[in-house]
Design a binder for this molecule. Structure first.
Ligand code: 6LW
Length: 514
């Protein structure tokens, strides 16, 4: 029996999805911005059960995420402040004659003024299960959201969103995929229907028509999916009269901001779309950020696509079908921030014991990589927990558990060996929030640290072995609104270790992140 579809299919930090069907398996990739490894590959046989099987960017030598800096933008009219993070934007996954391609853009944010740079590239693999991806092959394109289409004659066409924002346009050119060289002029093919930021284009062919699916309106409140078609790949493209084909703007639905869609067919030829969206509660909280949703697709009589979002959403993880035949690779879902020094980390095979070399880079650093390892928060209601082992001699380190969104926004609980205190801290520079709470404690040889969450609230707790008590004590509570902003990224929960001068090794055990 096929389990029924629930959304989001990839919960947590999972924007800008793209899907390809290879044999009997669907593969999905998302944007990852500042985290390494980048561009996770999820596999599914049934569109319900998804397991991470790899990362298309998994070697430090492939590229640098150092300038995946997060910018705090001027407030919108409604007072909300958007944050935009550089790094790996909107990838597209495709397969052609046995080679799998992931096309992507690395946005190098200027740290002190100057223009941002968009480095477009693709990586390839002959065996997507192997996690062996090529070095990036760069190509010339000043824009984002690149995608690939092969015509019946075998020619490959790259398309993307280019030009000064917010009035970007959709551009197309023919490309040599051996060299990355442009084989034709780059031509503007569509302006969209008038929404800001026409972006996220994908071309499909059906019954002799080239369909150009894009998003407009910006990736938050006014996001929408629109479509145009042409008989020649370079156009002229004619817009569908019933655009947008999917949007949640001007609604008070729970699933909002739907857009950035990729359509694909299953083995039976039925059409589907994957798009991003947020789950926004009635108080305006959408702390998990942009997640991946699925929508069945149908074609109307006039031969235009329509999409309808599956609205059933659990607070926990969807029930996984054990017969789904794909096993997640252990520890493949651990991530670091930007250009991680991998020799700082030791992880046990079961992922529960983690040793970190503390360093002087804090979570608030815009470019350097702190000693931090974590996983994406996947559930709206749950808990992440770890035991921090404490050495006999104070090491000078501050180490603990953090929920990190970017260098301007995090919540954390840690033990400060110098102050003999357990400390809570929340930072959100985009909302001018910075609070700390400190409890001096007498510690034994370990300290339990816990983040407990619901959609509305984060509870920060600790448990001290010296007091021989199994009781968790509350240190602070945070409204998730305090970490909600229009942004590109999502929460990553993990352990960190910070030290001022001397070096220190910090051991954590029984780590569980959900
Ligand atoms: C992405 C753009 C967008 O490149 O947001 O949702 C940008 N759409 O298409 C960052 O994810």
């Amino acid at each position: 029996m096929t389990p029924s579809l629930v959304n989001p299919i990839i919960p947590g930090f999972a924007p800008d999805p793209s899907v390809v069907l290879i044999g009997d398996t669907f593969f999905l990739v998302n944007s990852t911005f500042h985290v390494f490894p980048g561009l996770p590959i999820y596999a599914s046989k049934d569109l319900v059960n998804w397991k991470q099987i790899g990362n298309a960017i998994n070697r430090r030598a492939q590229l640098s995420l150092r300038q995946s800096v997060t910018k705090i933008n001027p407030p919108f009219k409604n007072g909300e402040v958007m944050l935009s993070t550089g790094g790996l934007y909107a990838p597209t996954i495709r397969e052609h004659q046995g080679t799998v391609y992931v096309v992507c853009t690395n946005i190098i944010h200027a740290v002190e003024g100057g223009p941002d740079i968009s480095e477009n590239f693709f990586v390839t693999t002959q065996d997507i299960w192997s996690d062996e991806w090529s070095d990036p092959i760069p190509f010339e394109f000043r824009g984002i959201d690149t995608s690939l289409y092969w015509d019946e004659d075998g020619r490959a066409y790259m398309h993307g969103s280019a030009g000064p924002g917010p009035m970007t346009k959709i551009h197309l050119f023919e490309i040599d995929l051996k060299t990355g060289e442009k084989l034709s002029e780059e031509k503007k093919i569509w302006d969209g229907t008038g929404g800001i930021y026409p972006e996220g284009p994908h071309i499909y062919k059906r019954d002799g028509w080239y369909y150009l699916l894009i998003s407009e309106g910006g990736t938050h409140e006014n996001h929408m999916i629109t479509v145009a078609r042409a008989t020649e790949i370079f156009g002229p493209y004619e817009a569908f009269s019933n655009n947008p084909i999917l949007t949640a703007r001007d609604t008070d639905e729970y699933i909002r901001y739907t857009g950035h869609c990729d359509m694909f067919q299953d083995q039976k030829g039925d059409w589907w779309g994957v798009c991003l969206g947020v789950r926004k509660d009635s108080g305006g909280r959408y702390f998990m950020g942009r997640e991946t949703f699925i929508t069945p697709g149908t074609w109307t009589e006039g031969n235009w696509p329509t999409l309808e979002l599956v609205k059933s959403t659990p607070k926990g993880l969807a029930v996984q079908d054990p017969a789904s035949r794909i096993t997640a690779k252990p520890n493949i879902d651990f991530v670091y921030i930007r250009d991680a020094e991998l020799n700082r980390y030791k992880i046990s095979e079961d992922g529960k014991d983690v040793t970190l070399k503390a360093c002087g880079v804090d979570l608030s650093h815009p470019t350097d990589s702190p000693s931090f390892i974590g996983k994406r928060q996947r559930v709206l209601e749950g808990a992440s927990i770890v035991t921090l082992e404490l050495p006999n001699e104070p090491s000078g380190a501050r180490a603990g558990l953090a929920c990190y969104k970017d260098e301007h926004r995090y919540v954390r609980i840690f033990y400060d060996t110098k102050a003999s205190a357990v400390v809570f801290e929340i930072l959100n520079k985009a909302q001018n929030i910075h609070r700390t709470t400190k409890h001096e404690i007498k510690v034994g040889d370990s300290l339990g640290l816990k983040l407990e969450y619901t959609e509305q609230e984060y509870r920060i707790l600790y448990r001290d072995s010296a007091e021989g008590s199994a009781e968790w004590k509350s240190l602070a509570t945070v409204d998730t609104l305090e970490l909600t902003n229009p942004d590109f990224v999502g929460p990553v929960i993990g352990v960190f270790a910070l030290v001022d001068e001397q070096s220190a090794e910090v051991r954590f055990k029984d780590l569980k992140i959900e």
